[in-house]
Design a protein around this ligand. Structure first.
Ligand code: COA
Length: 174
């Protein structure tokens, strides 16, 4: 997408900043009931636009946020993955999050993107550790966290719902 800033490249994926023109394609992900089954609400069109605006504010404020995941072979937007700041037990943590369009599940794309984001946080932000916040019943997401080198750190109530906090330290040497 012209005018959007590329952040990371992996063997099969590009991660770039979201732009408002991504709303239609992103809605295929954030408005899909199966994809969002572990979230309290589905995003309607206004919600998708606000989601993009929120991440663009994060780019401005922090230099990072959830980025658009683009499949290099087709140039399609197939999901998001990135690094956000999230409060956990009163401390601001760097969190790696990901959502993928359903017809692309099971090819390792989320893992590939999450590993690149983890390395980015360690190298570009000098992070001591990074986390992922995951509902306990979300096994695919837990597997992505584990394949990202993370282990279960603690279980907490986060936004009033039980969440696993997965974590990897920079010293893990990946
Ligand atoms: C979580 C998500 C991003 C994973 O994307 P993906 O690209 O399919 O993930 P990967 O292919 O890298 O790995 C998926 C892993 O989950 C496993 N998995 C898939 N479905 C599963 C299920 N129902 N139960 C247990 N494990 C499952 C896969 O086998 C794979 O693990 P393996 O390689 O060890 O076999 C995708 O399922 C998604 O978008 N889910 C909805 C949004 C979401 O919940 N995001 C995370 C919020 S914390």
């Amino acid at each position: 997408m012209s005018g959007s800033k590329q952040i990371l490249e992996t063997s099969r994926l590009l991660l770039r900043e979201f732009v408002p023109e991504d709303a239609d394609t992103l809605a295929l992900i954030l408005s899909d009931a199966e994809t969002m089954r572990y979230y309290p609400v589905l995003f309607d069109r206004a919600g998708v636009e606000e989601w993009i605006a929120r991440n663009r504010r994060r780019y401005e404020a922090n230099g990072h946020g959830l980025w658009a995941m683009v499949l290099k072979s087709t140039d399609e937007l197939i999901g998001d993955c990135g690094v956000t700041v999230q409060p956990v037990d009163g401390i601001e943590e760097l969190e790696i999050g990901y959502h993928l369009r359903r017809d692309h599940w099971g090819h390792g794309y989320a893992t590939e993107a999450a590993q690149a984001c983890r390395n980015w946080a360690f190298l570009s932000r000098n992070a001591d550790h990074v986390i992922s916040l995951i509902r306990p019943e979300n096994m695919p997401s837990r597997r992505v966290a584990e394949r990202n080198g993370m282990t279960l750190w603690k279980e907490i109530l986060w936004r009033d719902l039980p969440h696993c906090v997965y974590k990897i330290d920079r010293t893990a040497g990946l």
